[in-house]
Design a binder for this molecule. Structure first.
Ligand code: ADP
Ligand code: NA
Length: 334
């Protein structure tokens, strides 16, 4: 672990260029249509979460790869307070890209190209994490790399936070080194994906449907049971702290390493402006959460700050652009 007392976070993850094409409808096979606008934004879950750590007041390095076409993204991240010393520009790869068709009826359709995010040096170097106290990981890079960072963080005694998005395959979930992990952040859908992957007792389990349509009490009840079941599962570990985000219904949290077996609930932050865009709310939460842990605040205080940051995030357009500064969050909290 870092010898100095200053906490520092490493985010090892993805960086994308998101291109939003506004269209009358999603393009059909063989069809050519013109977009009414094209908006280009920095994205990727690694970059989004690193940006949110920085906005939340934490010192953070983003470890990942871009192509030469992504130098402006580097600039954007640096301006937001993300250190780019571990951000590599590859000569022969393109920056990860999301081509998003955004239709006027609200439909979306996305083409993803991983590009430089899937670059893997061979042989895979073992990560040097000596400068860090916290590691934050997602699942938009090769799993092999994520696992090497997670294992190294355990060896170094760091606090690790993992947001398994997009979800891993059931086989990957069963083989995952859960004993290396400090905090798991999932949404309700991901929570039940995990349970399904671990549940071999039923030949074919019916997928939990339309979770987001459940009433608050029912969703809380089912997700609380889900968290307790996860902790009892032999594939998993009793020592992993879990946060389950529930969209507009807030979060559930379980902090067994503090000695408590309770599952707590906190409501979402109150919106003071109309709901605009929930893109990146989960990433805002993850980044703000690690920034709070880095300050060493009590869990409830950390979580309340996260929820307020997320409320502001969903009131504003974009994934990164909508993540508020810590001052903005604190002034809304006061
Ligand atoms: P994900 O994008 O990973 O599914 P969620 O949708 O659960 O993440 O959002 C993360 C957090 O953002 C929620 O816990 C909540 O605090 C906030 N949030 C998301 N959607 C809304 C909403 N419609 N109203 C208020 N807060 C929201
Ligand atoms: Na969401």
């Amino acid at each position: 672990m870092a010898s100095s007392s200053q906490p520092k976070c490493l985010v090892r993850g993805s960086i994308n260029i998101d291109e939003f094409f506004a269209l009358p409808h999603i393009v059909r096979p063989g069809e050519t249509i013109s977009s009414t606008s094209l908006t280009k934004r920095a994205g990727g879950k690694g970059a989004n979460q690193a940006y949110a750590v920085a906005r939340g007041g934490g010192a953070v390095d983003l470890d990942g790869c871009i192509g030469k076409d992504g130098e402006w993204v580097r600039g954007f991240l640096k301006e937001g307070g993300v250190s780019d010393g571990k951000l590599i520009t590859l000569d022969d790869e393109l920056t990860g890209r999301a081509i998003i068709q955004s239709a006027s009826d609200g439909e979306n359709s996305i083409v993803l190209h991983a590009g430089a995010n899937y670059h893997l040096p061979s042989p895979l170097p073992s990560p040097n994490l000596q400068a860090y106290t916290h590691v934050l990981l997602q699942n938009e890079i090769p799993l092999q790399s994520t696992l090497s960072y997670l294992k190294a963080s355990k060896q170094e005694g760091l606090i690790s936070v993992f947001n398994p998005s997009p979800m891993l395959s059931p086989a990957q979930l069963r083989e995952f080194p859960w004993d290396c992990l400090s905090w798991l952040i999932v949404n309700e859908g991901e929570l039940f994906d995990l349970l399904d992957a671990f549940d071999e007792s039923q030949t074919k389990k019916k997928k939990q449907q339309n979770l987001e349509e459940l009433e608050l009490e029912e969703l809380k009840k089912r997700s609380t049971e889900g968290i307790l079941n996860l902790h009892r599962n032999s594939y998993f570990s009793k020592d992993i702290n879990i946060i389950c985000t529930l969209g507009s219904k807030g979060i559930l949290y379980s902090n067994p390493t503090s000695g408590s077996d309770d599952v707590g609930h906190l409501p979402a932050g109150k919106l003071v402006n109309p709901l605009k865009d929930t893109t990146g709310a989960g990433d805002c939460f993850a980044g703000y959460f690690v920034a709070g842990l880095m300050r060493g605040e009590g869990l409830e205080q950390v979580l309340k700050t996260c929820l307020t940051a997320c409320a502001i995030c969903v009131e504003n357009q974009g994934a990164m652009e909508s993540v508020p500064s810590r001052e903005t969050v604190l002034s809304r909290l006061s």
